[in-house]
Design a protein around this ligand. Structure first.
Ligand code: XMP
Length: 329
């Protein structure tokens, strides 16, 4: 029969066939499940000829950089170089409000950083790394290829991420994509088979441009990043405490660049509005909004307004995909 163990054995064999005994391979870990599972698999196949980096682009969630680095080290035993690029990227994003322009700026900067990393690996090993590991999944492959015969005019890109291959061909890598035929739930099973901890495996997906697509408008505005980090942490912890985290595909908070009037204590306030979103889905391509108990939302909303400075209103997103996308930008 066809089992995950077969998939694992087969993919390890394919990696070993493709990558020669003196070749070096690099991988950019995003902190998410897909790249971590892909890297773990490749590490099993070729050991320390795999070189991984993790870039803190300044758009990560609360304590995320520390948390994932600890995970890579303690549980996956992956050698990972952490690169702090936050100051450089945020400087470039200052004043940029257009969603596509934000994504492009982030993507272009990531390529720069990745090139520098590649050069570092080459210096360290004396060998030019020839292969790149990517955690591309099957839905990424199909969402980026219009079906044959479809009208090109109508197969426009909805968001630039729907084009597969985060890194451009000009970098000259051959791709190693061991998850290319798998759906998310299969990737999770494959991870468990390689002893990736359950708590990491069940993490919700997080977009490459990070909090930039969850802070509408200029990410550098008005303490937005710190505010949304604090709100998101409260919301996600509440979801975990209620035992709901694994029932939900993705949940997150969104910072809105608008202020509304409120009353806190006996003070009139003029502070920010945050949005909360939670969805169920099987692949992110379509999604339903998640129906929390009203009491849950009430408690989360109260906690957020009590604990996060500069927020006096919380709204809950009751839109499915379609017509909305998962992210607000
Ligand atoms: P949308 O918002 O397009 O999201 O309905 C579908 C899934 O993709 C994630 N997403 C992204 N992932 N780069 C990524 O790597 C992006 O620019 C991006 N935009 C959305 C989103 O979180 C959801 O899981």
């Amino acid at each position: 029969g066809w089992t995950m163990q077969n998939v694992l054995d087969e993919q390890i064999a394919i990696v070993n066939q493709k990558v020669g005994p003196d070749d070096h391979v690099i991988c950019a870990l995003s902190g998410g499940v897909d790249s971590a599972v892909a890297a773990t698999l490749v590490h099993k196949a070729i050991g320390d000829r795999l070189h991984c980096c993790f870039v803190d682009n300044g758009l990560l969630r609360y304590k995320e950089g520390e948390r994932v680095m600890k995970m890579f080290k303690d549980h996956l035993h992956l050698p990972v170089t952490k690169i702090d690029d936050s100051a450089r990227l945020l400087a470039k994003l200052k004043g940029v409000a257009d969603p596509e322009k934000k994504r492009k700026t982030i993507g272009a900067q990531f390529i720069e950083v990745f090139k520098e990393y590649k050069d570092d690996v080459e210096k360290k090993t004396g060998v030019r790394p020839k292969f790149l590991v990517q955690g591309t999944l099957y839905p990424d492959v199909i969402e980026s290829c219009p079906p044959p015969g479809s009208d090109q005019k109508h197969s426009h890109t909805i968001k630039s991420h729907h084009n597969v291959g985060g890194l451009p061909k000009e970098l000259g890598f051959e791709l190693v994509e061991p998850l290319r035929m798998l759906f998310k739930d299969e990737v999770r099973k494959l991870g468990l088979l390689m002893d990736v901890p359950q708590a990491f495996i069940s993490r919700h997906p997080f977009p490459g441009p990070g909090l930039a697509v969850r802070v509408l408008g200029d990410v550098c505005a008005d303490g937005a990043l710190d505010t949304i980090r604090a709100v998101d942490e409260i919301y996600i912890n509440a979801i975990k405490d209620a035992g709901l985290y694994d029932k939900i595909w993705q949940a997150f908070a969104v910072f809105l660049p608008i202020k509304s009037v409120g009353v806190q204590g006996d003070q009139r306030t003029h502070s920010h509005v945050v949005g909360l979103r939670a969805i169920t889905s099987s692949d992110g391509m379509t999604a339903d909004w998640y129906q929390f108990e009203p009491k849950f939302l009430q408690e989360v909303s109260a906690k957020i307004c009590n604990e996060v400075k500069n927020v006096n209103r919380v709204v809950y997103d009751i839109t499915s995909k379609p017509p909305s996308t998962v992210e607000w930008e």
